[in-house]
Design a protein around this ligand. Structure first.
Ligand SMILES: C[S@@+](CC[C@H](N)C(=O)[O-])C[C@H]1O[C@@H](n2cnc3c(N)ncnc32)[C@H](O)[C@@H]1O
Length: 229
């Protein structure tokens, strides 16, 4: 996957910063009715409880922190968070939302970023699916280097489920790992999207040096915890 694809993905999330939360909070074109919405939030709460169970820790690193949905949860279990994202726009939303002196933001492209230190807990929510498959080992190698020995990782991501997506843009793949996304104003972008199955994810995390426990929620999410060997 070319560098252009990585840049298009960054451009997509920059342009989407102001409407991103509508997806997670099931608003507008992401509102799939009371039953689906309730299930979504129940299943998200299951993953959040798992994250809460990994604390308390002193130092956490959040990769692709976005608008702060998971940063907020991480704040309840970590004394300090380093939160990295490529988009200055989403970092601004996150900063304004949380207004916390415990969070230190860094704007960086994770494909160029190199970990400079180790953390007790490393978190990446709805990010791994956007890592091109041929760069997965490289990315997980960075996660390994950023986690202290015996430290933990937490990830959560999407299962392939049409009621996850915008009602006007059903999941539409180009090949195995490229998805077409549309903003409210109609602009279209190609982004990387890989839907993981538990066995494959567990193997990938094991190969990267983590003893991992991977779970599916009933309909919407896959989440994992891992301990660095
Ligand atoms: C699906 S969102 C997830 C955001 C947040 N973790 C959450 O779950 O709400 C993906 C995030 O990755 C960021 N991103 C995209 N490409 C990136 C890159 N190359 N380096 C760092 N962040 C990137 C986007 O700006 C966006 O905030």
């Amino acid at each position: 996957m070319s560098n252009d694809a990585i840049q298009e993905q960054i451009a997509y999330y920059r342009a989407r910063a102001g409407e991103y939360d509508e997806w997670f909070y099931r608003i507008g074109r992401y509102d799939h009715g009371e039953e689906n919405n309730r299930r979504w939030f129940d299943e998200a709460a299951e993953a959040m409880r798992t994250l809460h169970g990994l604390g308390p820790v002193d130092e956490a690193l959040e990769l692709a922190c976005g608008t702060g949905i998971w940063t907020r949860e991480l704040l309840t279990v970590s004394k300090h968070i380093t939160a990295i994202d490529a988009s200055p726009e989403v970092i601004e939303v996150n900063r304004n939302k949380l207004q916390s002196s415990k969070v230190e933001y860094q704007q960086a492209d994770l494909f160029a970023w190199k970990p400079a230190r180790e953390y007790d807990l490393v978190v990446f929510a709805f990010w791994l699916s956007h890592v091109p498959p041929e760069r997965l080992d490289e990315f997980l190698g960075k996660v390994y280097r950023a986690t202290r020995s015996g430290g933990t990782i937490f990830m959560v991501d999407s299962r392939s489920e049409q009621t996850s997506a915008a009602k006007d843009t059903p999941i539409q793949m180009r090949g195995d790992s490229v998805q077409v996304r549309r903003l409210k104003d109609g602009r279209e972008f190609n982004i990387v999207k890989v839907f993981y199955e538990p066995d494959r994810l567990r193997e990938q995390l094991a190969a990267a040096g983590f003893d991992a426990d991977v779970k599916l929620t009933e309909k919407y999410f896959i989440y994992a915890t891992g301990t660095k060997r």
